[in-house]
Design a binder for this molecule. Structure first.
Ligand code: UD1
Length: 425
């Protein structure tokens, strides 16, 4: 398996192009199953998760072609005929978002057999909300040998579905299911993450009738049929936030090209509170830190527009060298502190108390060999390595390749001393 090596201590200076959002690209790809006409997605990131989901959509019956541009791909998905309504364990266990084919398959084919999901091991991550929502829309659902068997022989019916907690995946799934259901569906307490808005806008271009985009109540009036559309994937706010934190960690100055500040304002305001300079303009965000040490800031992860759980590990890496003590509370996933023991290998001083981590800033980190435990935690280890004294090796980087496009190339273009060592065959 490849590893990434970093000789820490260099300031980052320059521009980083922000890729298309993984968490929008994946559900947008599944939305292509809703129509027998081609759907064209531009600004697609080149990620392992995109390739894994392509495999699954191919098995289901989508023809997929990819044109490579300089910074992104254009992907055309054409699900003219659905060949199979089964999403097998071998693929769904690799990436959780592939479970989301459940929604479009139920809408278009009225049946689906989808393996229970896998993905990052960051908590129990149940699927009860997806199941209850589809049941309210008239689906019959059984769990058989690790698979969700769902069917609605007479088609899905509109319903009012109030979710007890906000779930991104359940919102994507029920939104897509509702586009072709009979009558009106109202999703209350829906997720408002920017990626949901992006998917909803694509669905509207495909002919769906959706009101309330960007709010926590989505009203969907089912239509007979959806059609072809071309859609540009929004910028990845988590990738942008990760590089913003890396810039604050190393000092220097980085411009995030293509980033939309509104999509990660909570993270930017925390960085400002810690002492970083943040300026945003149309289509770019600039982060700078002069030589001074950052101040510790407390953070609580929340659903959008709160501080995203997907930046919690990276922010913790930053706080390991801040002045003072930072309390980081994780409210979304119950097991999302696996990076703590790896950060400790750099000499970080962190203690865990249930859903809180107390980070006592130290003067400096020292390089260490570390192991990536999940996608966003891998990025936290890279951030720590960029500031640590000596040479850090991050092992098991396949997690990184799932969600960050060419991270070592983007960082080295800004002056970081970072390179990838290919696994020996
Ligand atoms: C998505 C994102 C992930 C992000 C997360 C929260 C993608 C591909 N993944 O994951 O990067 O960290 O949103 O912003 O977009 N829950 C239930 N029952 C359910 C569904 C969820 O209890 O049926 C719980 C989960 O265990 C978790 C919380 O709801 O505690 C939020 O999870 P959810 O928003 O569904 O996360 P994902 O969609 O899996």
């Amino acid at each position: 398996m490849d590893s990434i090596h970093i000789r820490g201590g260099r300031r980052l200076k320059g521009s980083i192009p922000v890729s298309g959002a993984k968490n929008a690209a994946l559900p947008l790809m599944t939305a292509a199953l809703l129509t027998d006409e081609p759907v064209k997605l531009t600004n697609m990131p080149r990620l392992a998760d995109v390739r894994t989901l392509s495999k699954l959509l191919g098995v289901i019956g989508a023809d997929i072609s990819v044109e490579s541009g300089t910074d992104s791909d254009v992907m055309t998905l054409h699900a003219k005929d659905i060949k199979s309504t089964t999403a097998p364990y071998e693929i769904v266990s690799q990436i959780r978002a592939s479970f989301w084919v459940l929604g479009p398959l139920m809408a278009r084919c009225r049946e689906a057999k989808v393996s229970l999901p896998g993905g990052c091991a960051i908590g129990a991550r149940p699927v009860d909300l997806y199941i209850k929502g589809l049941q309210k829309m008239g689906a019959e659902i059984d769990l058989v040998e690790g698979y969700v068997h769902a069917s609605a022989p007479k088609g899905l019916k509109g319903a009012v579905i109030r979710s007890p907690i906000v779930s991104v995946g359940a919102t994507h799934t029920l939104l897509m299911a509702a586009t072709l259901a009979e009558g009106e569906t109202v999703l209350e307490n829906a997720a408002r993450e920017p990626e949901i808005g992006d998917v909803a806008r694509c669905l509207v271009s495909m002919g769906a009738k959706i009101e309330g985009i960007g709010t926590s109540t989505l009203r969907i009036e089912g239509v007979e049929k959806l059609h072809s559309a071309t859609h540009r994937v929004i910028a990845d706010r988590i990738e942008a936030g990760t590089y913003a934190i890396a810039a604050a960690m190393t000092g220097g100055e980085v411009t995030l090209e293509g980033a939309n500040a509104e999509d990660f304002e909570a993270a930017l305001s925390v960085l400002r509170a810690a002492g970083a300079e943040v300026e945003s303009e149309q289509g770019a965000v600039r982060i700078a830190r002069n030589g001074e040490r950052l101040q510790a800031v407390d953070v609580v992860t929340q659903v959008f527009p709160g501080f995203p759980t997907d930046l919690q590990a990276q922010f913790m890496a930053l706080m390991t060298v801040a002045e003072g003590e930072s309390e980081i509370t994780e409210t979304i996933f119950e097991n999302r502190f696996m990076h703590v023991q790896e950060l400790a290998r750099f000499g970080a001083n962190i203690s865990l108390h249930g859903d809180k981590a107390l980070v006592h800033g130290v003067d400096k980190l020292k390089a260490a060999p570390v192991m990536a435990s999940d996608l966003r935690a891998s990025a936290a280890l890279i951030i720590a390595g960029l500031a640590a004294e000596g040479e850090t090796t991050v092992n098991r980087v396949y997690h990184l390749d799932r969600g960050f496009e060419r991270i070592e190339a983007k960082l080295s273009a800004c002056g970081a001393d970072i390179w990838r060592e290919k696994a020996k065959q």
